[in-house]
Structure formats: structure tokens, C-alpha cells
Design a protein around this ligand. Structure first.
Ligand code: SF4
Length: 368
């Protein structure tokens, strides 16, 4: 990969000098030897090739309702630093990687885009979608690629405000610009180097003005004294800035974590209190808030969102059918399944081809 012109371009845009490494294990060994390998991994950019699949199923579990999302694997890890970030413990070692062999991505992506079936594809699961904006042409390229077809949507999910280069693109509403949202307190204490709530909403408003559909993810919601009032005000600020009819979906999920993450959060975020709460181990081995606490917060948040946006597609990321029933009064299976609910919302907002195959039995004009 060292001879790729893009490697020099990326290094130049970052003001860095690229160093060629003969053996990738050398990079991993240096990162692992650091006192804080996670931080070191965030400051080391490995330009390399993706030797595996570019399109992957989002790793849900059979115990919780999954949305059948596809991940476009463009790179790994993140320059921002959230206390709860699962990626800290997911990669061994964690390292910022960007994949240069785009010609192989094109083959796989184009095969999928040619199929006459809806797909919801995102780049913001193993990395933040927009951290690559300052140094690569990836996102403008993807937005234009998706704009050239009418079967699939791209979701770019971020906690940054790096939207400048995307606003003038001819996106044809095939790209959903999405932000993770949280209360200002959680952002300040547990989301280092991310944009503030107001800055994220301002960036989202600019995208709406440029005709993009938008989405928001209240995930992970954190339970602490006074959190209800702070989530209420956060939702109020969201709808002061963003018209409800431009929102494709809003997801909700309370904080959950693999037990191993606790030690890492305690060591790297000594002021964070997120790992101290009433947690129980779930069927997937993750620690989750005690169910009545989750349901109580969800009910409040759903109620506040519904006051501003009665028809918006609201869904849970990785919750049980029981929680769906107790908060929404229905389970996704009653509406054809969660994937079908989200496909309905995408079809409604993103000008997908009328003949496109989807999984919905009965359509509802306002999405799910
Ligand atoms: S922005 Fe997302 S990917 Fe980046 S550190 Fe935070 S949770 Fe992890």
C-alpha cells in the first residue's frame, strides 16, 4: 500500500510524514507497549488494505431485536474518545486504520447496489463516519455513488460537525446524515473531543437545509440523578433546530457494556461514573441497567419525542420484545419486523424506487 498516491495525499493533508512499515506486527507491538494503548492507537494511522469482507452484517445477537443493518467496512477506530466506546476493547490492539484498496470495495458495493432490494448501509459502526473528512475523499465519493441508484441508502453517523464538503453534493436523498445525541453533561464527561450538542444540531440543520434526510441516535442513554430532565431538554433542543418531518428515524438504547470494559473505563476515565449503576448481566453477557430503570427512562423519552414528532420512526437498538411491548405497546414482529419498519421509513424519506423489493407486508405512509 506504500506506493499508493493516496497514502501520500492523506499524510500530506494531515501534515504528517508517512512511514513505511514492512511488518504490521511492528505497529501493533509499539501500540501495545504504550502506557495507554487505546490513546496511542488513536494517534497512529495505519493506511492498509482491507483483506476481508467490505459489507458485513451488524453484529447483533439472537436474544435482542436487531435491525439487519449492513456495515461498509471502510476503516477502524476513532480519533474521538468516548468512555463507553466498545471499540476500545473490540480491536486487539485498537488502531486507527483506513483501507486504501477502494477498487475492491467498489466491486463488492456495486454488486449490492445492483440488487433490487432495499439495504441500509452505514460506515459508522467500526469508526465514526466523518472523521475521515479532513484527509480523504471517501464520503463525497460514497454520497455520489449512492445517489446514482435508488435501492439502498447510506447512513453517515457521527459526533463531529465535518459536513462542509458534503453540503453541495447532488445526494438525491440517498444519504442519511446521522448524529449520536446525548445530554450536555454526558457529552462533557464521557465524550472527549466530540462536538457539543449545539454544534451537532447546527451541523444537522445545515444538512437539512441542503436537502439531506437526517437521523438521530440517543445511544447510549445514561441513567444518573436528574437525567430525565436533561434528556427532556436535549429533545427540546433537537426539535427547536430540526423539523420533525425531515427525520428518517430516531434510535434509543441505554448504556450497555461487556464486563471487561469496566476496568478500562476506570483506568482511562477516572472522573467518569457511567460504569457505576444498577446493572444486570443480559442474555448476551452484556451488562445492562436493571430493566424497570430502562423502561422508565424509555417511556419518558418516547413521550417527549412523540410530542414533537408523532409520526417519526422510533426504535430500540438491541432491546427485547418485552421492552418493546412495555414501552411502545407493540413488538416489531407485529409490524413485519424491525428491518421492515426501518425499510418503510427509508422508502418514505429517501425517494427509493417504487418497484424496489422490501420486506413490508402493509405500508404505512408515515413510516414506522
Ligand atoms: S465517537 Fe463513536 S467511535 Fe468514536 S470514540 Fe466515541 S463511541 Fe467510539
Amino acid at each position: 500500500m506504500a506506493d499508493r498516491p493516496e497514502a501520500a495525499t492523506i499524510a500530506g493533508r494531515l501534515g504528517l510524514k508517512a512511514e513505511v512499515v514492512a511488518d504490521i506486527r511492528q505497529v501493533f507491538a509499539e501500540i501495545n507497549a504504550d502506557a495507554d494503548p487505546v490513546e496511542r492507537g488513536k494517534r497512529t494511522l495505519l493506511l492498509t488494505a482491507n483483506r476481508g469482507a467490505w459489507l458485513r452484517q451488524c453484529p447483533g445477537t439472537r436474544y435482542y431485536t436487531c435491525c439487519n443493518y449492513q456495515i461498509l467496512h471502510v476503516g477502524t477506530f476513532c480519533t474521538m474518545d468516548c468512555a463507553y466506546c466498545i471499540l476500545q476493547a473490540y480491536f486487539h490492539p485498537p488502531v486507527l486504520q483506513y483501507f486504501l484498496n477502494r477498487e475492491e470495495m467498489v466491486l463488492e458495493l456495486d454488486r449490492r447496489l445492483a440488487q433490487p432490494e432495499i439495504a441500509r448501509i452505514g460506515t459508522g459502526e467500526f469508526t465514526d463516519s466523518l472523521i475521515w473528512e479532513p484527509c480523504t475523499d471517501l464520503n463525497p465519493w460514497l454520497v455520489e455513488r449512492f445517489a446514482a441508484q435508488r435501492h439502498c441508502i447510506l447512513e453517515l453517523k457521527t459526533k463531529t460537525v465535518a459536513v462542509d464538503r458534503l453540503l453541495a453534493l447532488d445526494h438525491r436523498r440517498k444519504t442519511i446524515m446521522a448524529w449520536s445525541l446525548n445530554t450536555p453533561r454526558v457529552i462533557a464527561t464521557d465524550e472527549r473531543r466530540t462536538a457539543s450538542l449545539d454544534a451537532r444540531l447546527a451541523a444537522a440543520a445545515r444538512c437539512v437545509a441542503a436537502g439531506f434526510p437526517v437521523a438521530f441516535h440517543f445511544d447510549p442513554m445514561v441513567i444518573y440523578d436528574g437525567c430525565q430532565e436533561e434528556y427532556r431538554r436535549t429533545i427540546q433542543r433537537l426539535f427547536e433546530k430540526i423539523p420533525a418531518d425531515q427525520i428518517v428515524w430516531i434510535s434509543l438504547g441505554t448504556f450497555r457494556f461487556m464486563p471487561d470494559l469496566k476496568e478500562m473505563v476506570e483506568a482511562r476515565f477516572p472522573r467518569s461514573t457511567i460504569v457505576y449503576g444498577e446493572f444486570v448481566r443480559g442474555l448476551d453477557d452484556k451488562m445492562r441497567y436493571f430493566k424497570p430503570l430502562r423502561i422508565s427512562l424509555y417511556r419518558d423519552v418516547v413521550d417527549w419525542i412523540r410530542r414533537y414528532a408523532p409520526a417519526v420512526c422510533l426504535y430500540f437498538c438491541m432491546e427485547s420484545e418485552e421492552v418493546w411491548e412495555r414501552v411502545f405497546g407493540f413488538s416489531p414482529s407485529a409490524k413485519g419486523g424491525l428491518p421492515a419498519m426501518l425499510d418503510t421509513a427509508a422508502k418514505f424519506h429517501c425517494d427509493l424506487a417504487p418497484e424496489v423489493r422490501w420486506q413490508v407486508q402493509s405500508t404505512e405512509a408515515t413510516g414506522c
